[in-house]
Structures are given as structure tokens and as C-alpha cells.
Design a protein around this ligand. Structure first.
Ligand code: TYD
Length: 208
């Protein structure tokens, strides 16, 4: 049995976490072994780095140290959780991966995409997902969802201004257009079941 490595990407409040759980249940029903994980995090070391990244003052890290910390967390996650699970034939579903570093630290923060990819090559031996679902949604809808979830207080990165999040959104779409064989753009608007069906439509051939 072979598992696939799938990442979910998109801005905050696009429904990634809800859809990952739905997909994990669906895969289990198809007799697949699945693990669900997230970034930054997924292993003890990477969760410790997550705390450093998401808490504290807005200027706690500069852009370069922030990019290095995300890459360091990912390196641990890939080495200790993602690669061993794939080697055992499990599916790995991750809530965010390298394309978040590209969208947030490059497209929105101004670092060069080549530098982000070079860090990924060094830290995680360049491991890319088999498929990446980019969840898109009207920014007004995601803002409303986030407000219901977190009130006025998000984390260090979520609290950046609207212009930052516009660049994140555009960055994700640019990367998806550059790599159409890896990315599937999913319209995240509508009922949970309807969005779930848009996702499984791409996976049915892989489980049958
Ligand atoms: P999280 O609470 O997991 O966000 P969400 O629920 O929206 O997925 O927080 C992760 C934050 O870190 C989010 O704002 C995106 C950001 N991030 C980066 O800036 N670069 C990265 O490489 C990753 C993985 C996340």
C-alpha cells in the first residue's frame, strides 16, 4: 500500500483544518492509514519552535530569522514524522507546508522565493507534497469566520494588516499557477460537504 503526501494551504479562515479532518475520515473509510499533522509543529521540537514563532511582540523576529525558524521546524517535522509515515505506506495530511513559507515569508514579507526554496532544500531535502490543495475564499467571509473563532486577538502573524494578507493570497495563487501538476485550487465557499466533495473528486483515482 502506498500513502500520498498531501498539503493544505491558504490564508487564515479558509477552512483547511475542517476539511483535513473530513478528508482523514473519508480516507479511513477507504481502508487507508492516515496521519494528520500541521505546521509550524507536528513534532515536539517543531511545536516548541511554533511557540517561539506565534507568540510575543510583532517585531520579535526579523524576516530572515522568522524564515529560518519555519524552515527549522519543518526540517524536524519532515525527518521525524512525515518521512517515516510515508515509508510505512501511510497518507500524510498536513495543515500548511512549504508553500506557506513562500506565501508569508516571500510573497508577503519580501524575501526571495529562491532563498526560501534553498532553505527547504537544505532543511528538508526539498521534499514536496504529491498534491497541494489551495483553499480559496472571499476575504470578507474568512475575516468573519476568524472573528467568530478568535475574537479580536489572533497570533503574531494572523494580526498583520489586510495588505499583508492580500499579498499572501496573491502569492499562493501565483505559486499554484506555476505548478499546476502539484496544486489543485479548491473553492472553499459553501457547505462543508460540498467543499469536501470538491476535494475527494481529485483523490478517488488514488484510492481505487
Ligand atoms: P495557525 O494558527 O496554524 O494558522 P491557521 O489556523 O490559519 O492555519 O498559525 C500558523 C501561522 O503561521 C499562520 O498565520 C501562517 C503562518 N505561517 C508562516 O508564516 N509560514 C509558514 O511556513 C507556516 C507553516 C505558517
Amino acid at each position: 500500500m502506498r500513502g500520498y503526501f498531501i498539503s493544505f494551504e491558504g490564508g487564515e479562515g479558509t477552512g483547511k483544518s475542517t476539511q483535513i479532518i473530513r478528508l482523514a475520515n473519508w480516507l479511513t473509510e477507504q481502508n487507508q492509514e492516515v496521519i494528520v499533522t500541521r505546521e509550524p509543529g507536528g513534532t515536539d521540537g517543531a511545536e516548541a519552535i511554533r511557540t517561539l514563532l506565534l507568540n510575543g511582540d510583532a517585531d520579535r523576529w526579523n524576516k530572515r530569522s522568522e524564515a529560518l525558524l519555519f524552515a527549522a521546524a519543518r526540517a524536524d517535522h519532515v525527518d521525524r514524522l512525515i518521512k517515516p509515515a510515508l515509508a510505512q505506506g501511510q497518507w500524510v495530511l498536513t495543515d500548511r507546508y512549504i508553500d506557506s513559507s513562500r506565501a508569508y515569508q516571500s510573497a508577503a514579507s519580501g524575501l526571495d522565493d529562491k532563498d526560501i526554496m534553498a532553505l527547504h532544500e537544505f532543511g528538508s531535502e526539498g521534499l514536496l507534497p504529491d498534491l497541494t490543495f489551495l483553499m480559496t475564499i472571499d476575504p470578507a467571509v474568512s475575516k468573519d469566520r476568524l472573528h467568530k473563532r478568535d475574537g479580536d486577538k489572533g497570533d503574531r502573524i494572523q494580526d498583520r494588516e489586510n495588505g499583508f494578507h492580500d499579498k499572501v493570497r496573491k502569492g499562493f495563487l501565483d505559486y499554484a499557477r506555476q505548478e499546476p501538476e502539484r496544486f489543485r485550487i479548491i473553492d472553499g465557499d459553501g457547505a462543508i460537504d460540498a467543499v469536501h466533495a470538491r476535494i475527494t473528486a481529485h483523490l478517488t483515482p488514488l484510492v481505487s
